[in-house]
Ligand binder design. Structure first.
Ligand SMILES: Cc1ncc(COP(=O)(O)O)c(C=O)c1O
Length: 318
């Protein structure tokens, strides 16, 4: 098994959403990975516990990563790298909200170097990362590259661990879990959840709600096989173990007017904040699916809250 750092505060809370369950006529639970204890919380911390352990093991003193201008992954990389005494360089796409708001404020607080790259292609950004790393190497540094979203097989192992944690929490709660649902943005979280459900909760079905249009039906299993290989457990798939449903609206990172009432409802009934880019789309997509009968007739539902609240300070709900 790969080395892992302890960066978050785990286990994160898991509990039933009583008001929402009563309203929708189905038991709906939440796994609060937004409360994982680093910055404003979020799913990237579980991935970074593995990725930054590897950076350390390789003797790197600098971490590069990338994402959109308001990337939660980039911000959490900055937060975790700072704690480990690693220099953090963020090459962010010059797209979306590039004013000094939301996660860009937090990146500065955590002392990351932010550079905007005017491109739509991550390949251009990875080429720039290579170039900057070579420069740093000549000055005696060693850089570790984390791809967008931290979605590598190693990062995904963090979400297999999350399912193990859920499986350990369930007996205390009396949940009869049938489904796990979460946002899919670059695929690593859903991939880890797939490995984890097959291994620790094999009767549970997994639904990824795509908030971008990438072909996650292929990306998720590919990452999942890689993660299972690293865990040395293999991945035995069965029909119906995983479905992808897309709820993108007008595009990635564009708030969707249909989601606003669902975001407000969860805030007002349960006190929980969702963001308009990831969790708001996933939550609203999940409830629509439930109402259409797309989450089967039986079994409790668990929504994995993956964080993202900083977006609420960078953009308005639609
Ligand atoms: C708040 C939030 N939720 C969900 C996701 C999606 O996770 P993944 O990229 O592993 O698919 C992200 C990714 O950036 C995120 O920031």
């Amino acid at each position: 098994m790969r080395e892992k750092l302890r960066l978050g505060v785990y286990p994160t809370p898991l509990y039933k959403l009583e008001n929402i369950s009563a309203k929708y006529g189905r038991n709906i639970w939440v796994k609060r990975d937004d409360l994982c204890g680093v910055a404003l919380g979020g799913n990237k911390v579980r991935k970074l516990e593995y990725l930054l352990a590897e950076a350390r093991a390789w003797g790197c003193d600098t971490v590069f990563t990338t994402g959109g201008a308001q990337s939660n992954h980039a911000m959490l990389t900055a937060a975790c790298a700072a704690r480990l005494g690693l220099r953090c360089v963020l090459l962010l796409k010059k797209r979306g909200v590039t004013e000094h708001r939301g996660n860009l404020v937090l990146n500065d607080i955590y002392g990351a170097q932010v550079r905007f790259v005017d491109t739509d292609s991550y390949e251009d950004i990875y080429a720039e990362m290579d170039r900057l790393s070579e420069e740093l190497e000549q000055e005696g540094h060693k850089a570790f590259h984390i791809p967008v979203g931290g979605s590598t097989p190693l990062g995904a192992v963090g979400y297999a661990d999350c399912v193990q944690e859920i499986a350990e929490q369930l007996p205390d709660h009396g949940a009869s879990l049938g489904h796990i649902v979460s946002a899919t943005g670059s695929g690593g979280t859903t991939a880890g959840l797939l490995v984890g459900t097959r291994r620790y909760l094999p009767h549970v079905q997994l639904t990824g709600i795509g908030v971008d249009t990438d072909p996650f039906e292929d990306i998720v299993p590919q990452l999942a096989y890689g993660a299972a290989g690293l865990m040395g457990c293999g991945l035995e798939r069965v029909p119906g173990d995983f479905q992808m449903v897309y709820h993108v609206g007008q595009g990635y990172a564009i708030p969707n007017p249909e989601d606003t009432p669902y975001i407000q409802e969860l805030a007002r009934l349960e006190g929980i904040l969702l963001d308009p880019v990831y969790t708001g789309k996933a939550w609203s997509g999940m409830l629509k699916l439930l109402q259409e009968g797309g989450l089967g007739g039986r079994g409790d539902i668990l929504f994995v809250h993956t964080g993202g609240a900083a977006a609420l300070f960078a953009m308005d709900l639609a």
